[in-house]
Design a protein around this ligand. Structure first.
Ligand SMILES: CC(C)(COP(=O)(O)OP(=O)(O)OC[C@H]1O[C@@H](n2cnc3c(N)ncnc32)[C@H](O)[C@@H]1OP(=O)(O)O)[C@@H](O)C(=O)NCCC(=O)NCCS
Length: 145
């Protein structure tokens, strides 16, 4: 699979990818608002069709992955790993010393990806996510850049 990671500012692409990856899709407005911020950038992995995305925010010397996902048909092919590597490189180039993210405590696939990309557990936020099933803890993970 040939993969290209591109910086994209077009909210509908992120809304469509997010909807393909998550049960509770974020509205397009949310992406429009975030992508309009000078501190936020979006990455799309094209294979050549959009296969995954990451949304990254940089605040002083810390960066955060706000959301990322890979469409089901393209999983386990290195797309997530490539998106994270690109996000880390861009954050480092922008002056960040660490890249953070939150992941649901029961999301084993994402935690496996983050561990394999070098992230380590930095904390836990009780009841951080809420859905129809109730509250779910978040694990905070950190990658030194
Ligand atoms: C988590 C997610 C982004 C992983 O993307 P991906 O492109 O499949 O990940 P990669 O192919 O780059 O995986 C890299 C490594 O991570 C680990 N990994 C990824 N998915 C895994 C899974 N389902 N089970 C176990 N390990 C996994 C493996 O070590 C893998 O390497 P390998 O395939 O050589 O064994 C994808 O499953 C996804 O979009 N899930 C739904 C949305 C989501 O949970 N997003 C993150 C929210 S914080």
């Amino acid at each position: 699979m040939r993969l290209r990671i591109e910086r994209v500012r077009h909210p509908p692409i992120f809304a469509a990818l997010h909807a393909a990856c998550f049960d509770a899709p974020w509205p397009e407005d949310t992406f429009a608002r975030l992508l309009a911020l000078p501190t936020t950038f979006g990455l799309v992995a094209a294979a050549p069709e959009p296969a995954g995305f990451a949304l990254v925010q940089i605040a002083a010397d810390e960066a955060e992955v706000l959301a990322m996902g890979v469409v089901p048909a393209r999983r386990r092919a290195g797309v997530g790993r490539a998106l994270l590597a690109d996000a880390a490189g861009a954050a480092r180039a922008a002056g960040a010393a660490a890249l953070f993210l939150e992941v649901r405590a029961d999301n084993a696939a994402a935690q496996a990806l983050y561990r394999c990309a070098g992230f380590a557990i930095a904390g836990r936020r009780a009841g951080y996510y809420r859905d129809a099933q109730g509250a779910h803890d978040a694990i905070v993970m950190r990658l030194a850049l």
